[in-house]
Design a binder for this molecule. Structure first.
Ligand code: DX5
Ligand code: ZN
Length: 240
């Protein structure tokens, strides 16, 4: 009996595509091109833009993203923790980001903004802080390509994963399935070898990890390890 035969009685649920997006917030900001090359096994680079208003931290902005887009072999997934994303987010799409995620708490006209990002050729994402409910988005899921469920309070890397967000991830995944939509569920904050399985099992399929990747000597191997652990957690449940 081949290995494939032995799995023939498994339910034929389609395998969910699992992606790992390392956050360069934990990288060496003086050598970002090299830091991107360290994560060659990743599916995209997660770029945390913080404006010191929406969150109490300041990172990088448009000029850095424009240059990164030129030198990175991986697509850029920009997470905008900024006030007035209606004003700023389209410029990140124009700068070459493959995905642009704005915060629900900050957007004045999120549907208009998501449509504008898509019109500019980017994947549109909406991010929800831990205390922000997902239910108001259930009727709007067709307007976005991704929902980012923050699994820490945004602003800093290296915080602990908040398990209180898991029920929200479950409800979001159920709503996406019920609507037969292809919307990615991203988790961001405290994702590590110890927590990635819980997030996957709850319904996440895009995993942002800063310290858990860049804190390792072999960052590319850490990316593969996170993806494998997420897959193993899913294989242990009823399907992908
Ligand atoms: C936090 C940022 C995250 C952060 C994650 O506000 O949005 O992307 O870099 O870092 P870790 O994985 O270390 O929690
Ligand atoms: Zn982020």
């Amino acid at each position: 009996m081949t290995d494939a035969d032995s799995h023939a009685d498994r339910p034929t649920t389609p395998q969910r595509d699992l992606r790992v997006h390392p956050s360069i917030l934990s990288a060496d900001f003086t050598d970002l091109a090299a830091e991107v090359r360290r994560i060659s096994t990743a599916d995209a680079v997660h770029v945390d833009v913080m404006d010191n208003h929406f969150v109490p931290n300041l990172t990088l902005g448009l000029p850095v993203v424009e240059r990164l887009a030129q030198v990175s072999a991986l697509p850029l997934d920009c997470h905008l923790m900024v006030e007035a994303p209606d004003r700023w987010a389209p410029e990140y799409a124009e700068a070459g980001a493959q995905g642009v995620t704005f915060h629900a708490e900050a957007a004045a006209a999120p549907v208009r903004l998501a449509r504008e990002l898509r019109r500019l050729g980017a994947r549109a994402g909406v991010a929800l802080n831990p205390a922000t409910p997902v239910e108001p988005w259930f009727d709007l899921l067709g307007e976005v390509d991704m929902v980012l469920v923050m699994t820490v309070e945004p602003g800093f890397g290296g915080q602990s994963f908040l398990d209180v967000t898991l029920p929200k991830i479950r409800r979001l995944r159920a709503a996406i399935s019920a609507a037969h939509l292809q919307v990615a569920v991203q988790v961001d904050g405290g994702v590590s070898a110890a927590t990635v399985g819980r997030a996957a099992e709850a319904g996440a399929d895009v995993f942002v990890a800063g310290s858990a990747v860049y804190g390792q000597e072999d960052a590319a191997a850490a990316v593969d390890d996170l993806r494998a652990r997420a897959r193993a957690a899913l294989d242990g449940t009823s399907g992908g």
